[in-house]
Design a protein around this ligand. Structure first.
Ligand SMILES: Nc1nc2c(ncn2[C@@H]2O[C@H](COP(=O)(O)OP(=O)(O)O)[C@@H](O)[C@H]2O)c(=O)[nH]1
Ligand SMILES: [Mg+2]
Length: 220
């Protein structure tokens, strides 16, 4: 695995959690196994989970921190700013993003500045709509996948203006700064029934609001 030599200098894997005690230890274990031949660190930013996620992560992660609940995008950016290696991976904590793909994602970063691992099947109508609009602008078919590889300079200086955009603002900022955005298609494993961002109606509405914010930010 090599992204123009960048992986030789290490990979920081950042996840953010809200009540992910069931999966966080397996996630960290699989990340560490897949990156065993590469210098790496795992950073877990926990939004004050009430189920003991932080305690479950503490003994395995290199950094595990709790903070007040501010949402997924802020959590990921907070973690990215703590990262010490030049390649930063963001990944969901619920095992819907297979950590074994990290190596391929990082390899692809050799030709890009940001690479998005895009699910071949998108679960929500709001995500289909975002793919056809914002995704077309950025050049990815899964605008809200936060399974991504970033060269650290594409993310560490970001400031979020839009509140929760489920990672959308980070892609808009990368595009606006002229960074090259690529994608890697993958078949996602089956989804859990109770996503933390809400049931179908609530999640679709939240994603639509996030999309309008991203649209506005891109054109302003
Ligand atoms: N820090 C933080 N992470 C969250 C929050 N809500 C969801 N997440 C994390 O974001 C990731 C994706 O959330 P999920 O609800 O599974 O979204 P979905 O995969 O789009 O259905 C998981 O790692 C969650 O733990 C939150 O309020 N704060
Ligand atoms: Mg999920």
């Amino acid at each position: 695995m090599d992204a123009g030599g960048a992986t030789m200098q290490g990979v920081s894997v950042v996840t953010t959690t809200w009540n992910e005690r069931e999966t966080i230890r397996e996630l960290i274990g699989r990340v560490k196994t897949t990156l065993q031949c590469v210098q790496h660190e795992v950073i877990v930013i926990d939004d004050s989970s009430t189920d003991g996620t932080l305690q479950a992560a503490e003994s395995l992660a290199d950094i595990a921190l709790a903070k007040p609940r501010e949402g997924q995008t802020k959590g990921l950016l907070f973690g990215a700013k703590l990262a010490k290696f030049p390649t930063i991976i963001t990944i969901d904590a619920d095992l819907e993003n297979p950590p074994e793909l990290i190596a391929t994602l990082v390899e692809k970063l050799g030709a890009y500045d940001v690479v998005v691992a895009s699910r071949r099947k998108l679960p929500r109508f709001s995500e289909h709509w975002a793919a056809k609009t914002l995704g077309k602008i950025v050049g990815v078919s899964d605008f809200y996948s936060n399974f991504r590889a970033y060269r650290r300079e594409t993310i560490v200086d970001a400031d979020l203006l839009g509140g929760e955009t489920f990672g959308g603002e980070l892609l808009i900022l990368a595009k606006k700064h002229g960074f090259r955005v690529g994608e890697l298609m993958y078949d996602a494993p089956s989804r859990r029934c109770k996503p933390r961002i809400g049931g179908s109606l609530k999640a679709n509405l939240r994603i639509l609001v996030a999309s309008l914010k991203c649209w506005f930010m891109y054109y302003s």
